[in-house]
Design a protein around this ligand. Structure first.
Ligand code: 5GP
Ligand code: ZN
Length: 114
């Protein structure tokens, strides 16, 4: 767990541009944005991926969606819309092993993804 870069971001050991923080979650801008607005929302608890969400820890997912909604309104991407992406596991394209939700907005996004 100590090698997890997102846990290090939570602890402030790696700097990030924070968008929102509370006792349960952190939102920060993606270092390599794929859209004019691109931030990540992560639980402070180290949950590896959506594959590890269960009855005990699932409340955090609902909270993350409430937080996304709040941030989207604050950043003004709620009006035209945005995309929430969770890459899960190797085939899902997950490169950081700490569950995170990408939020992308500010341009028209293509579908389906590659
Ligand atoms: P994944 O491919 O796992 O769904 O997404 C990981 C995301 O984390 C990528 O979009 C990548 O740009 C972002 N990322 C990786 N390392 C860092 C970092 O140190 N800081 C920030 N802000 N984003 C990072
Ligand atoms: Zn972690």
């Amino acid at each position: 767990m100590e090698e997890c870069i997102f846990c290090k971001i939570i602890k402030g050991e790696i700097p990030s541009k924070k968008v929102y923080e509370d006792d349960k979650v952190l939102a920060f801008y993606d270092i390599s944005p794929e859209a004019p607005t691109h931030f990540l929302v992560i639980p402070k608890e180290h949950i590896k991926s959506a594959n590890e969400v269960n009855e005990k820890n699932c409340e955090i997912v609902a909270h993350i969606f409430v937080v996304i909604n709040k941030i989207a309104r604050e950043l003004g991407i709620d009006k035209r819309g945005y995309r929430i992406v969770n890459n899960c596991g190797e085939d899902g394209g997950q490169t950081v092993g700490h569950m995170h939700f990408h939020v992308l907005g500010g341009r028209e996004l293509q579908w389906p993804p590659g």
